[in-house]
Write a protein that binds this ligand. Sequence first.
Ligand SMILES: [Zn+2]
Length: 227
Amino acid sequence: MTPFDTETEKDAVWILSHGKGFVKLHNGKTPWYNVGMEQEYTLIRSARKTVGLSVGRGGQVIVRAPYGFPKGRIDGFVSENAGWIEKQREKLAKERREADERGVLTPAEVRSLAARMKLALPEKLERYSAALGVRYGRVTIRCQRSKWGSCTAKGNLNFNCLLMLAPEAVLDYVVIHELCHLRHMDHSKAFWAEVASLDPDHKAHRKWLRENGGALLRRAEEGKEDA
Ligand SMILES: [Zn+2]
């Protein structure tokens, strides 16, 4: 299965999301179930509209599905994606090996990244917030294992200092992404159109984070979210 963008696949009824990429689940046709390959997974039901498949850091399979979505179909989709799950597990193992080789950043290294980020951010925030016509609140720099950036309902922004180890265009993309959340608190079509207006290459930047971000995040100390 190839990842695709939900926005271009309007006819998809249910969408199986692979982390940040998407894979079509069902397109009006009966999906093919591979019953022979059963995979253990944790099922989390909620009021969501799509079925999401992810592999945790420990290799565990997690499925998020809408209430009422048939269990049999979930089983089928999990089996169908056994190859993808295996690939994710291999990717995680590779990231672990790479992180082990390069090691967790020392507190001094984290401080230096944060200091560099503190110098780099104001110009970017100013430029992009002016272009979007938004105002932001407090800006916090963290060294996190979990995310690159976030935006609170009050308009406060958080950025991960590990982004200083990524290409600068990727940092710009994350800044743009979070600032666009000041106008759209979701990942709607309108949100992505706004992102694209300031970063026409945002898909390439997201791809970079998908492919290289995991190994980078592992360089933050386990369980320590703030620097
Ligand atoms: Zn977002």
